[in-house]
Write a protein that binds this ligand. Structure first.
Ligand SMILES: [Zn+2]
Length: 361
């Protein structure tokens, strides 16, 4: 077996040689041939290594077999961007059915249903069915803000072996195109997705051609973080994100949550804290999912009466970080927590702080 680091080196050398050859003289077949041989030796070594691993490592072989369906889905959906429904369309095309009136109706059914989607915001639950002699799709749509959490439960109520394609799709603001975020499994489990991009979201359901199906779909949307002030809620948010500050010189990069002086403020995630005292934020705490603060959103708790954690402390979601006050530039206003979220810039915390979603019974 060749040393992998050596193999990489020879790859780099052959790349630069390749450039030189093209610049200097194209008519040098022996050099090219040698490089090709080097490259194929490298690929061959990798292949042999993989085969040896699969033979030696029994556990790898087993998991490879078990996950083969997932692997196919990974390649088709995650790499090529084809959903199982796209693959079915491709099969219809190969079978010569896609251009038939029936194939056309099937492939256009989602667009048709999407023109008048069922509104599914808040708490939503339905049981519906598809008849085998109809060509239809069902579309359930709602709008979501960044930081909201969508939860859903999807299950088949019939025992037919037919495929029922189900996907969660998103259309960003100022965009006409829908893109698939994930396929839905009819697993009867409660699944969730935290919204990283605001926009329209929809769940699309369509059985394969000539198939009947009956299903249950329940969904709900709400916040993705626990409320950071004990005993307080959305009604206590007094000053919204984005309003003018200092006579319009800057914008409010958080929300103000009003509460009695001394009310505990709590960690919204598991993470690490950094504390400080400043003219603007007063006694304040930064909370981040990672030690250094990279790769994770940062949460800012300001105007605290006092904090009870130290820089570098590891905290759990729900742990008390400090107490509501009016330190810093809030000295003339009633006690409140200024709560900010920074993730590639300031983000409106309000959608994150909505009550957590619950599926209807
Ligand atoms: Zn504020």
């Amino acid at each position: 077996m060749s040393d992998p680091s050596k193999a990489t080196d020879s790859e780099q050398v052959s790349e630069s040689e390749n450039l030189q050859t093209e610049q200097e003289n194209v008519e040098q077949p022996p050099v090219k041939l040698r490089k090709r041989l080097k490259r194929s030796w490298f690929l061959f070594s990798v292949l042999v290594l993989l085969v040896v691993l699969l033979i030696v490592r029994d556990d790898l072989r087993q998991s490879a077999a078990e996950s083969s369906e997932k692997a196919v889905r990974y390649v088709t959906f995650d790499i090529l961007g084809w959903s199982p429904r796209d693959v079915f369309i491709w099969r219809l095309r190969v079978a010569g059915l896609l251009d038939s009136p029936l194939g056309q109706r099937w492939s256009e059914a989602v667009d048709l249903a999407g023109e008048q989607p069922v509104k599914a915001g808040g708490q939503f639950r339905t049981t519906e069915s598809f008849a085998s002699d109809e060509v239809e799709a069902h579309v359930y749509q709602l709008s979501l803000e960044r930081g909201e959490k969508l939860i859903w439960q999807f299950s088949r109520l019939d025992t037919a072996e037919s495929r029922l394609y189900a996907s969660l799709e998103r259309r960003e603001k100022n965009n006409q195109e829908w893109s698939t975020i994930t396929e839905l499994d009819a697993d009867d489990a409660i699944n969730s997705q935290v919204v990283s991009k605001a926009g329209d979201y929809r769940i699309v359901l369509q059985p394969e051609l000539f198939a009947s199906a009956e299903y249950l779909l329940a969904m709900a949307n709400g916040g993705s973080l626990p409320f950071p002030v004990e005993g307080a809620g959305q009604r206590d948010i007094g000053s919204a994100f984005g309003v003018a500050r200092d006579g319009g010189a800057r914008k409010h990069h958080g929300v103000d949550i009003f509460a009695e002086r001394g009310t505990p403020v709590t960690a919204v995630i598991d993470g690490y804290v950094r504390t400080g005292t400043g003219a603007r934020g007063g006694e304040h705490v930064w909370l981040s999912g990672s030690m250094i603060g990279f790769g994770s959103a940062r949460y800012y708790y300001a105007h605290l009466d006092s904090f009870v954690v130290e820089s570098g402390d590891k905290v759990k979601k729900g742990d008390i970080l400090g107490y509501v006050g009016n330190t810093g530039n809030a000295i003339t206003t009633p006690p409140h927590l200024h709560f900010g979220i920074y993730s590639g810039g300031p983000v409106d915390p309000a959608p994150f702080l909505k009550p957590e979603p619950e599926l209807p019974d």
